[in-house]
Every structure is written in C-alpha cells, then in structure tokens.
Design a protein around this ligand. Structure first.
Ligand SMILES: [Zn+2]
Length: 278
C-alpha cells in the first residue's frame, strides 16, 4: 500500500494531508516574518540607545539629540528639555559607573588593582519631561533600552511648572562620547603644542639675556629682551585662557539657562550644587 506524506518546507514536520502541511508552512512563514521584524526592531532600538553618545560633537548636541531620541525611545514620557551643566574632569570617580566596557570601583580599598577614575564631564543634569514618567531616571538613561552614556546619580523631582522637572548629579565618560573626546583632545593638543613653542622661545631669550649681562654697555638690549620675555609670558597666559574658554564652550553651553531654572525651583527640594565649569 502506498503511503503518502507531506512535509512542511520550512520546519520539516511531516503531515498526512497536504492541507495540514500547507497550514504549517503558512504558520512557519508568519513566525519567520515576525522574528525578522523583532530583529529589525531590536537593531533599531540599539541604534537609538547609542545614537546620542556616538554622534554628539558637543554637550549641546547631547541635550538636543536626547530630546529627539526620547520621543522614539520612551513613547509617552518624552523629554521636553534636557539641560547639562558640566565641566571637564581628568579623573572623575568611577564608584557608581564606568565607561562602557570598563569596570566601576565601588570600594577602592577592596579593589586596589582597579582604576579609581577616568576622564569625564561631570556636573548636573536637569530633565523636563512632558508629564510625570513612570520609574526612575535609570529607566531612561541606561545602555539597554534608555539613552546610553548619561550616568545619573543622586537627585530627584524638583518642580512641575514647565512639565515634570528632575535633576541629578551626572557623569558623561569621555570614552563613551568619542566625538566629544576627540574635540577636547584636539584643544589640549593644539594648546600644548603652542605652549611648548612659546616656552622654547622664552628660554632662548633668557639664555641670550644671561649672556648679555656679562658684557658692559648692553643695558638697552637687556631691557628690550626683558620686555619681549614679558610679552611672551603674557601671550602664554592668553593661550591658557583660550584653552579654558574652548573647553568651556564644548562642555557648558547652558549655564545661564540652568541658572534661570534654579530661580524657578520650588522650595523644599534638595538640589546638589552644580560643579564649577573649568
Ligand atoms: Zn512548519
């Protein structure tokens, strides 16, 4: 006797009737499409999670991009306004967070081999939501389904005058923001180069100056050289100031805005004082 069997071309399951096999094929195909859809959604989500930190060139970008991304990422509780008042720190504490892929060090005395800090922008973050969000800031700022790279610390609810306003201490590890890191390093590098050149010129003049003192009748030259050395030192000061201004521009564009917000704060909420920018 001839036995006929029908196989689902997707999962290989064997059926007695063609109808059942066809049904399985449709269901298998639907499953595949759904899995594909989930995979794409997951990938898009991950791209959104890391979009801000990988693309921001400045702190101003971090604020603007976070607002944009929050509408896609959080849905109902999006960020109306995000304000960062941060300054550069070469060795920010890693007790509560660390750059992605690096280790935090909660109790340094217990982990003498781990680093105790990394370069970061630290200070205060103020978030104005369109309405009261569910959960804590960790749900909106994390590397799984929030905005990655923004590490919030202590703080909390402040006011509901412009929406729902919270503020927290914040750490942005430079390693998590490669373009901001590059910009800050560029400023450092150019400044160091210039400072080094100026120092060398000053040293040369000083050498000449020393030689000159052994020769009589060169008072005029000495005075002239001394004046030039002073001028170069003054220029060096200007360069140092320019470096500080450049870093400030990268890291703290919203100082005034945040000060305005402070004056609107309702009484009774403890707010950590923002770090002084460089
Ligand atoms: Zn099947």
């Amino acid at each position: 006797m001839e036995v006929k069997a029908y196989q689902c071309k997707h999962c290989g399951e064997i059926y007695k009737t063609n109808a059942k096999a066809s049904k399985c094929e449709i269901s298998c195909e639907e499953q595949r499409v759904e899995q594909e859809r989930q995979k794409i959604l997951q990938k898009e989500m991950q791209e959104l999670v890391h979009y801000v930190r990988l693309n921001a060139q400045s702190v101003e970008d971090v604020c603007r991009m976070s607002e944009e991304v929050s509408k896609k990422l959080f849905g109902k509780y999006y960020i109306k306004k995000l304000i960062l008042n941060v300054g550069y720190r070469e060795h920010a504490s890693n007790t509560h967070s660390a750059p992605i892929g690096m280790k935090s060090n909660f109790i340094a005395s217990k982990n003498p081999d781990l680093p105790t800090g990394y370069p970061a922008l630290t200070g205060e973050i103020t978030i104005v939501y369109n309405k009261e969000p569910k959960g804590f800031s960790d749900e909106h700022f994390n590397r799984y389904n929030g905005i990655a790279g923004i590490n919030t610390g202590s703080g909390g609810y402040r006011s509901s005058k412009e929406g729902y306003t919270c503020s927290y201490g914040v750490t942005l590890w430079l390693d998590d923001f490669p373009k901001i890191k590059e910009n800050i390093e560029k400023v450092f590098l150019e400044n160091n180069k210039f400072e080094e050149q100026q120092k060398q010129i000053v040293q040369e003049y000083e050498k000449e100056l020393k030689k000159s003192t052994y020769i009589d009748g060169l008072d005029f030259d000495i005075k002239k050289l001394t004046k030039e050395v002073e001028e170069l030192n003054a220029r060096l000061q200007t360069v140092r100031q320019a470096k500080n201004d450049a870093i400030k521009e990268i890291s703290t564009p919203f100082k005034e805005k945040i000060e305005n917000l402070h004056t609107k704060t309702e009484n009774g909420f403890r707010v950590s004082r923002p770090h002084k920018a460089l």
